[in-house]
Design a protein around this ligand. Structure first.
Ligand SMILES: [Zn+2]
Length: 73
């Protein structure tokens, strides 16, 4: 079935719900504003990358202290 059109009337006046996450997939609930059909649009989630936003301060400080102790010995 084509994306972005209603599977019932092929209308393009779709209402987009908020995404619902499952373990390895996700779906958007959709409603057609022409015929009011409802369906879920499924997406497969695949791992892509890690991007560090921040580390907790106390954790990184402990790490540095442990590192310097190690080098002094
Ligand atoms: Zn429709």
């Amino acid at each position: 079935m084509a994306m972005w059109v209603c599977p019932h009337c092929w209308g393009e006046n779709l209402n987009y719900g908020s995404i619902e996450l499952e373990s390895e997939s996700a779906f958007f609930p959709r409603v057609c504003e022409d015929c009011w059909a409802e369906w879920n649009e499924w997406y497969e989630l695949s791992y892509y990358d890690q991007e560090v936003v921040s580390y907790p301060d106390d954790l990184s400080n402990n790490q540095k202290e442990n590192d310097s102790e190690g080098t002094n010995k």
